[in-house]
Design a protein around this ligand. Structure first.
Ligand code: NAP
Length: 244
């Protein structure tokens, strides 16, 4: 079953490997990279785990999406910027019938952001901040000139409500980039359709967390393996949630 990750020159093949049915009304694809011993970061960042193939797949998954959904922890730690694709990546988005740039949707309760950062560009699509009624009202008001603030849930963010709000905006294909705590919440809510996991050929030792954090799941969630690609010892695993 193992196959070699198609080369950059074969971009169309790699697109076929990760294609999602065009008529799906809603699809949440999660992607993570982990070391062989399960670490989700090196020195607090995921970048220390990746290789060129992983960056290629990550770029593709972003390019196939309407919206990038991420927890504020990851957005802060990884210094997220709202992507504005150009060149071949813009051309790829147009070929796949998605808007010229994916919207960025960040989930936060504390709403502690640097509104001068590239996470909040002046142009469209505006960044979306998803929060709940329990977040500080003044921070919500301060963010409003820089982002579309969606209040979803009373005491905590209700990701089901957030999903409905995104769908109402015509956003259907979600690239969900974690992190582990938000993934734990999304898993518990049954909101994930697919997991693309890069397994890096590295042993990093104890310390870092795993790809899911937070409350324990009631039961293990079975996954169906859709493909395994390989490049330089890195494995690119595409799973769908069983029953989806
Ligand atoms: N290896 C990989 O592929 C990968 C991918 C992503 C991230 N990471 C790593 O993971 C780390 C960050 O992940 P993380 O788990 O700490 O943070 P996270 O899941 O990205 O974000 C957690 C934050 O989301 C907000 N939030 C609001 N409602 C929530 C809810 N119901 N459930 C969960 N979160 C909610 C809170 O933000 P506020 O604090 O603003 O209220 C919370 O602090 C970084 O080290 C990053 O490098 C690795």
């Amino acid at each position: 079953m193992r196959r070699v990750l198609p080369d950059v020159a074969d971009d169309v093949d790699i697109e076929a490997e990760y294609a999602v049915a065009a008529d799906l009304p809603w699809h949440v694809r999660t992607s993570f990279i982990s070391s062989a011993d399960g670490a989700v970061s090196v020195n607090g960042r995921a970048g220390g785990l990746g290789n060129a193939g992983d960056r290629r797949v990550f770029a593709l998954l972003r390019d196939l999406s309407d919206v990038i959904l991420v927890g504020a922890g990851t957005a802060r730690e990884e210094k997220y910027a709202a992507p504005r694709p150009t060149g071949a990546r813009l051309e790829r988005r147009r070929r796949h019938g998605v808007g010229d740039a994916p919207a960025m949707a960040v989930v936060s309760e504390r709403l502690e952001f640097d509104t001068g950062s590239d996470l909040f560009p002046d142009d469209e699509p505006r960044t979306i901040v998803i929060t709940s009624e329990s977040s500080p009202p003044q921070r919500r008001a301060e963010l409003a000139p820089y982002a579309d603030v969606l209040v979803c849930g009373k005491r905590a963010v209700d990701l089901g409500e957030a999903a409905s709000a995104m769908r109402a905006r015509g956003l259907r294909r979600v690239h969900f980039e974690g992190g582990p705590r938000l993934f734990g919440t999304a898993m518990a809510g049954g909101l994930v359709d697919e997991l693309c996991l890069t397994l890096a050929p590295l042993l990093t030792g104890p310390g870092a967390g795993r790809i899911v954090a937070g409350a324990e799941l009631a039961d293990p969630s079975p996954l169906l393996l859709r493909h395994v690609l390989e490049e330089d010892g890195y494995l690119f695993l595409r799973y769908t949630m069983s029953g989806r």
